[in-house]
Design a protein around this ligand. Structure first.
Ligand code: BEZ
Length: 181
């Protein structure tokens, strides 16, 4: 590869980037939204007890806010092969146009788990999603931690995402209740 590459992160890539980049920017994908609709059997859950992690859905009129990272040309090949492994389990590379609040859009890529993949769970109520997450843990840690890290990262970026906030709020209530004297 002899060109740099923009990668859009909307999940763990925001707070656990794990690759070299020259520049990072607050960014969004128009007409898309982040949802806990993908099962995780390898990171935040197991095959016997899958967790839930985020994917991107089409949502006309909404913006999915995240972070875009500009990977230098020398690191593109290694970064993509590492991400392909890290995001195995239903995610595929998707070419996207990445938008910024105050700069021209750029072409780049993101990882999306489409409905046809075997780990796709689809919609459920916030309460059901939170219960599944509360009881899931995998090699990368608890599913709760994933949600709290994502909610904190979005908060730090001053991004409001009601779906994430609802689920993080329900999980916080559950952990507060469990830890109450
Ligand atoms: C992300 O942070 O963009 C991401 C993380 C895991 C899977 C897909 C996307």
């Amino acid at each position: 590869m002899n060109e740099s590459l923009w990668i859009f992160g909307y999940g763990s890539i925001i707070w656990k980037t794990g690759f070299d980049y020259d520049e990072s920017r607050l960014a969004y994908l128009p007409d898309r939204a982040r949802r806990f609709w993908q099962a995780s059997t390898d990171h935040r859950g197991t095959i016997a007890s899958p967790g839930r992690v985020v994917t991107l859905i089409d949502q006309p009129g909404e913006n999915c806010w995240g972070m875009a990272f500009k990977v230098p040309s020398a690191s593109v090949e290694l970064t993509l092969s590492n991400l392909d492994v890290r995001e195995v389990g239903g995610y595929e590379r998707e070419s996207v146009t990445i938008h910024f609040p105050d700069k021209d859009p750029v072409r780049g890529l993101t990882y999306t788990a489409h409905p046809a993949n075997p780990n796709y769970l689809g919609p459920a109520s916030a309460v059901d999603i939170a219960s599944q997450i509360a009881s899931s843990e995998g090699p990368s840690g608890s599913n709760n931690e994933y949600v709290f890290e994502l909610a904190l990262a979005l908060d730090n970026l001053q991004v409001e995402d009601p779906h994430i906030q609802d689920i993080a709020g329900l999980l916080k209530e559950r952990t507060d209740t469990e830890n109450a004297p």
